[in-house]
Design a protein around this ligand. Structure first.
Ligand code: ZN
Ligand code: ZN
Length: 371
């Protein structure tokens, strides 16, 4: 678990970066950014729940009365101010901002903040200007600390255990629908210690596997066809995300075998390219070159990977044009795929952590198609 010291360190670093840029404060609402700085995790709701992190001064939580007790217990922030359902929150926000000296400042609001709340901030602070919190927090969150790496390694281990269960099912999975297999996956993730799913489970059988964002449906799993299995869970709030493409029974065609080999080789080439100082786009290129050389370049229709943290998709994006250099502590997916519309798809995905001299995979189960 992340301890108070780590949260304090993150806030200190955020304030230093605000100060360096000449920005005056972060204003967050229930989001992964808020969770990252305070430990408090909640879905957004219609009541104003805001955290002010000024460049100078201590953070202030402004929360609905019904959350007061909970936030005092679940976050390390000492200054928690509550408002009741019968109050108008807007003048209270104006008062807090004035107290923090933010009236005419430049405030970085949560990227996902609802318009309802940004409009009220504008009303409460007519002289302020606004930017996005990610301008400061994206770069802060991009390198994971030990508590984060530990949580993600455990989440990845839960996913790996579940992949082993799926392989053990083998031909027993033939005849199940994709939805039934997805339900089985979700049960196993929980059994192995995960909490919920980090995104809607993907079970793409046969031609459905050619649609990278197909979730799951009523199609029954057939012998000899590849099934794209992309799923994840959370541990201590941090997600896993990996993909295996399995053939549950029967013999796959020559083409399925060939495509699977190419994707596996591309994934390995992408992972082999990861080390500090290389660009994100060079990892994409390393994986893509293998697929292009095999003649399937047109069928690899997405970027090679994405950063993973409290958000399943965050920086750094492993994509052509991203010249960002990799640094130790970054975590991202390497997930090339080949998609043949109407026939089948193959994707293989692992998460990697950039280390001082290369990288370490968080997922380590067999990448082949055979169960
Ligand atoms: Zn995935
Ligand atoms: Zn992914």
């Amino acid at each position: 678990m992340t301890d108070t010291e780590a949260f304090e360190r993150r806030v200190r670093e955020a304030k230093r970066r605000l100060d360096d840029r000449g920005d005056d404060a972060l204003v967050l609402f229930p989001s992964q950014n808020l969770q990252y700085l305070t430990g408090f995790a909640e879905e957004p709701g219609e009541r104003h729940l805001l955290l002010f992190v000024p460049a100078a001064g201590e953070p202030v939580f402004f929360v609905p009365e019904l959350y007061g007790e909970q936030i005092s217990q679940e976050s390390w922030i000492g200054d928690v101010r509550t408002w009741g359902d019968a109050d108008d929150p807007v003048p209270r926000i104006a008062d807090i901002a004035a107290e923090l000296g933010l009236g005419g400042g430049h405030l970085l609001v949560d990227d996902t903040m609802w318009a309802l709340f940004t409009q009220d901030l504008r009303t409460a602070l007519p002289d302020a200007t606004f930017g996005l919190a990610s301008e400061v927090l994206r770069d802060l969150r991009i390198r994971k600390d030990d508590a984060e790496l530990d949580a993600m390694a455990r989440a990845a281990a839960v996913a790996d255990e579940t992949v082993r269960d799926l392989r053990a099912m083998g031909a027993d999975a033939i005849g199940l629908t994709e939805a039934e297999l997805a339900a089985e996956i979700q049960t196993r993730l929980e059994q192995h210690g995960g909490t919920g799913v980090s995104f809607d489970t993907i079970v793409g059988s046969g031609p459905n596997g050619a649609k990278p964002h197909h979730h799951h449906g009523d199609r029954e799993i057939q012998p000899g066809e590849p099934v794209v299995l992309d799923f994840g869970t959370r541990v201590d709030g941090y997600p896993s995300d990996q993909t295996r493409t399995l053939v549950f029974g029967g013999e796959p065609s020559e083409e399925v075998r060939e495509v699977h080999d190419v994707v596996r080789e591309a994934e390995q080439a992408g992972v082999d390219a990861v080390k500090p100082g290389v660009t994100a786009e060079s990892v994409d290129a390393a994986a893509r070159e293998v697929i292009e050389a095999a003649g399937y370049g047109e069928q690899f229709i997405h970027r090679t990977g994405h950063g993973v943290g409290l958000d399943v998709h965050e920086a750094p994006y492993i994509v052509d044009g991203n010249e960002r250099e990799l640094e130790p502590g970054m975590v991202f997916s390497v997930e090339p795929g080949i998609y043949l519309p109407g026939e089948f798809g193959v994707r293989i995905e692992d998460l990697v952590v950039v280390t001082e001299d290369g990288c370490r995979r968080l997922n380590d189960t067999d990448r082949g198609w055979r169960c």
